[in-house]
Design a protein around this ligand. Sequence first.
Ligand code: C2G
Length: 132
Amino acid sequence: MKRVITYGTYDLLHYGHIELLRRAREMGDYLIVALSTDEFNRIKNKKSYYNFEQRKMMLESIRFVDLVIPESGWDQKKIDVERYEIDTFVMGHDWEGEFDFLKDKCEVIYLNRTEGISTTKIKKELYGDNAK
Ligand code: C2G
């Protein structure tokens, strides 16, 4: 069984997120999403509209996702890759190169982001330019 992992906040779930998850799942047989906790979002300077439990429940309802675990810090990836026996680590290409340190443990793949959609774009178009 080929096991894939990816990380993110996944707030205001949109088709760009789903496209990432679909492609990540297609790379193996089992997809784990490490979902940023509300506390880690603060460290990432991201304020999510939905809290961790709400974002977790939505991800768990997606057929491409097999398991959702918490992402509580920047330095858990190596431990996760070992603990969950990961074959492939996947992130959007906005992170290109940032996680190459994992290459001695698993395949590292950066996928093109889906153009024209982002959580920030949704907020700005709904709430105006002072949204962040
Ligand atoms: N994404 C995408 N296309 C978009 C928007 C997002 O492919 N239009 C991808 C991102 O590249 C990322 C995933 O969807 O791989 C989740 O996006 P975010 O929730 O914004 O993730 P981020 O805050 O970048 O968290 O430790 C890594 C961090 O937790 C990554």
